[in-house]
Design a protein around this ligand. Structure first.
Ligand code: PMP
Length: 419
């Protein structure tokens, strides 16, 4: 059996409940991807089920301009969890869409058009978000949007920027990136868009201090900073938002996947000033499901549940258990080159050899297939088409015993898999 990120899993899944999926023979499979990184509260969480049933019956979908309590409630709830500067929210349904809106906002506000991102970023498959996306193939779709520029992803494990004693010289890498941006720019730099921990592009947490330095580069150039927390937002990394760990705040924040805990809910959050200026300039971003009461009600339930059960500290505690277990596996499996991430958002990079760091491409595919056969679903964060980084992102409701079980299955699969 071989399946990659673009392939199908050769099993029919009949139902999903909590942290498990069940195939048509009733075989349980641990869901350590939270669906598509989204099912933050597990499958069929009672509060979400109740919200959906109630909303469908009482207030499902209205004309886009209608104001409803769930929309106001979600905007207020998000503001409560965010720095004061991020107080204005727009409710949408998907991640790509939220980044389209954020990019349009940044262009309108700055009256500029160039968008800069990391060379392994993922922001969506739609046009502007896709143009700022570099972790999957771009070939075959003609020229991308004009004015998209990149800087190197600060990957401490693989970067060629090293100090004399071999440490990651991320400041030199950032300076180099912006020197190239400045040379290529036509003087119209609008925004930098980034994931605070890159997900799809290889589960890469930029080094501490990096984002503060990046923020300064943006400020010096009058660029906005857009942070896309589709995967990292809402407690998964042990903080409410991954940007908090980096000690920076974005000008525009986009949330999606985790906000709906498996249902389509997204948000763009920004400051009063940016919102007011965009409104004055007749900002245009509408969709059939903008401000849907049902989506907003789900988002509100997710935020309230995270708050009530303090899921930020839960993710931190469970993340420590996961890291400890992964480090123990690393001490016994030579092929584990690197372990990284925060909270319940971690990556395991497999290599042919720890010295050469050659990616163990086929082995990565074989390990995920072996895990699946044993009842654990993990997926691959695909760095430049290489299938060697396992992404581990279980729901925050995962039991400690299930983390231990997953580590055990991974251990056996690392032993049995052949490349
Ligand atoms: N941003 C990030 C960081 C993502 O991981 C994704 C989805 N993989 C998106 C945006 C796009 O979200 P959607 O698929 O809902 O459009």
């Amino acid at each position: 059996m071989r399946y990659g990120p673009a392939g199908f899993v050769p099993t029919i899944i009949e139902r999903a409940e909590g942290c498990r999926m069940y195939d048509e023979n009733g075989r349980p499979i641990l869901d350590f991807t939270s669906g598509q990184m989204s099912s933050l509260l597990g499958h069929g969480h009672p509060a979400v089920v109740e919200t959906v049933s109630r909303s469908v019956a009482t207030l499902d979908h209205l004309f886009s301009g209608m104001v409803t309590r769930p929309v106001v409630g979600l905007a207020e709830a998000l503001a409560r969890t965010l720095p004061e500067s991020l107080s204005k929210a727009m409710i949408l349904t998907t991640g790509g869409e939220s980044n389209e809106a954020a990019i349009k906002m940044a262009k309108l506000y700055t009256r500029k058009h160039e968008i800069v991102s990391f060379d392994q970023s993922y922001h969506g498959s739609t046009h502007a978000a896709g143009a700022a996306t570099y972790s999957l193939t771009r070939a075959g779709y003609g020229p991308v949007a004009p004015g998209n520029l990149i800087i190197p992803t600060p990957n401490s494990y693989r970067s060629v920027f090293r100090t004399r004693n071999g440490e990651h010289d991320w400041q030199a890498e950032l300076d180099f990136g912006f020197a190239m941006v400045d040379r290529q720019s036509v003087g119209s730099l609008a925004a930098f868009i980034a994931e605070p921990i890159l997900g799809t592009g290889g589960l890469i947490p930029p080094p501490e201090g990096y984002f503060a330095a990046l923020r300064r580069k943006c400020d010096e150039r009058g660029m906005l900073l857009i942070l896309d927390e589709a995967q990292t937002g809402l407690c998964r990394t042990g903080d409410w938002y991954a940007f908090q760990h980096q000690g920076v705040a974005p000008d525009i924040l986009t949330l999606s996947k985790t906000l709906g805990a498996g249902l389509p809910v997204a948000a763009v959050v920004t400051s009063e000033e940016i919102e007011a200026t965009c409104a004055e300039r007749r900002f245009m971003f509408t969709t059939t499901h903008v401000s849907d009461p049902l989506a907003a009600a789900v988002g509100l339930t997710v935020v309230r549940t995270l708050e009530a059960e303090k899921f930020d500290s839960v993710a931190r505690r469970l993340g420590e258990r996961l890291t400890k277990g992964l480090r123990e596996l690393q001490s016994r499996h030579e092929r584990i080159g690197d372990i990284r991430g925060r909270g319940l958002f971690q990556g395991v990079e497999l290599v042919m050899d720890r010295d050469t760091k050659e990616p163990a491409d086929d082995y990565g595919t074989a390990v995920t297939a072996a895990c699946f056969d044993r009842g654990l679903h993990l997926n691959i964060a695909q760095m430049r088409g290489v299938n060697s980084i396992l992404r581990i992102a279980p729901p925050l409701t995962v039991a400690e015993e299930d983390i231990d079980l997953a580590l055990d299955i991974l251990d056996q699969s690392l032993k049995s898999a052949k490349d």
